[in-house]
Design a protein around this ligand. Sequence first.
Ligand code: URA
Length: 237
Amino acid sequence: MKRLDKLLSDAGVAPRRELKAIIRSGRVEVNGTVVTAPETKVDETAASVAVDGVPVDTGQFVYYMMDKPTGVVSATEDRTEETVLDLLPPEVRRRGVFPVGRLDKDTTGLLLLTNDGAFAHRIISPVSHVEKCYAARVDGIPDETDAAVFATGVILRDGTECLPARLETDGTDRCLVTVREGKYHQVKRMLASRGKPVLELRRLTIGALRLDETLGPGGFRPLTPEERQQALRETML
Ligand code: URA
């Protein structure tokens, strides 16, 4: 058991003296009930705590970002292929983490790993529309016509309609694509539908979370408390 203000400061929500005011003003719920006394004792292993309706990680959940390298699959296990979990040390794997959504085997960049199923669901749910930005190198030069088609909604070769997306071009074979959904091979299929097949693809952002480029291929680290709160907040919108 922990005092509520201590639990929230340990979770990185705010400094303890600010938390007293936050709690007293009625912004904190424990198991769905508003609690206004900072000294209230809470079982951090069992209680669900929320600030302004946003769930707080009280320690049972872990969140990591990885710079996924090429050649590994975004799965928890695979009979033949190396998986992103094989890149993690046993103490992290023991927490029951899994990748949030999928990147193709040959796609690199920002991959989240967590044991928080509700969080993962909110990130990948088609209704949450969290923006994801990818850097692509293609065979061809994406142009303003392509960008205009992306902005109205690409129709894939099999007739699937995509939501409006952003294509940023710079007159070279490189571009940035921002999508709000995650259909199978979506970015590759969108660019292929414009006759510009993808040669390299790298995810840079998921919502407000940006890949830490200092990690290097296969590198990973826990999200900072600020990144975690920001990601949780964003997916509650
Ligand atoms: N779009 C793709 O085509 N591949 C990915 O890995 C991610 C998005």
